[in-house]
Design a protein around this ligand. Sequence first.
Ligand SMILES: Cc1ncc(COP(=O)(O)O)c(C=O)c1O
Length: 361
Amino acid sequence: MAKRVFNFNPGPSTLPLDVLKIVQEELLDYKGTGMSIMESSHRAAEFIEINDTAISLAREIFGLDEKYHVMFLTGGASTQFFQIPMNFLAGGKTGAYADTGTWSNKAIKEANIVGKAHVAFDGKAIGYKHIPNQNELNIPSDAAYLHITTNNTIKGTQYHYTPNTGKIPLIADMSSDIACRRLDYTKFTMFYAGSQKNLGPAGTTLVCMHDDLLQKSSDAIPTILNYKTQAAEKSLYNTPPCFAIYVVKLVFEWIKKQGGLAGIEKNNIAKKNAIYGMMDKYPDYFKGTVEKESRSWMNLTMRLPSEDLEKKFIAESKAVGFIGLKGHRSVGGVRVSLYNAMSLEGAEKLVQFMEDFKKKN
Ligand SMILES: Cc1ncc(COP(=O)(O)O)c(C=O)c1O
């Protein structure tokens, strides 16, 4: 048996063991082809089948009809930060952005290089501790879209409702909470996520986009950056990240085996309740860094009474097999990332560790 730790890394992060075992089993000889899927042509029947299945599983899991295009792109979620404005802000249009943390702030910066960004909510002034309510969003009526970051990986906040934007397209960066719960995904005209947290290994970005928005893509930009190109070619305009797409397909199959998003949600609620429960038991010791209503299910952030205790907590937790608990340098403290593949057992063991640590220190 391989030694496996409880991996709380913020991304790339833990993957389902069952998925890793299938990868291992199929690595040298993918379904009798005598080669690894990594060595296969992206035009070969076996890869086309993987790609088509991944697309249809995405539609099934997220409840999308054929009007949604499913693409597996490259360049990370960070590429979407400029690809979105390049496609939809041509001709002097403005994109509205809710600034709820480091990543939305980066998206705004890129939008301002390519076009014009309007800040519909500015969370910076309040230390990014709060997710805006519907009435705190100031969306110009002529905005080309509203862009939100559904989960703020670094700051530890998450939307627990979907903003109503009327006729204005809603675009979401879901990199760190995609598929973590049931959600009406059709309220989003477009959503995207880097694969390396809830979907698979690093290497691809899932982009789901309604055809109405796709048709607005600019044709005055390089071919590969025009969403119409990859939508028409099912992401096979050029060589796609075949191996990452293959693992994402396996993760989608794993999600279905967990009971789909309902099953995943149930497990995620139990996990986050366990950790937040311990924080609420000792609020002066495990001090949450964000307001309760905005707490993330995926990245739970806290400060301990001193930096020395935080260092000790991280070192001692690592020594007993809890990896990746150090908070981002901009927040400090401890960050517990509870992505889909983290087991309830992992969260419960960490809760016990927290209790013991508090007693001893
Ligand atoms: C919410 C969010 N958006 C965007 C990114 C950037 O993703 P990538 O590294 O795939 O460009 C991250 C990375 O952690 C993230 O958490």
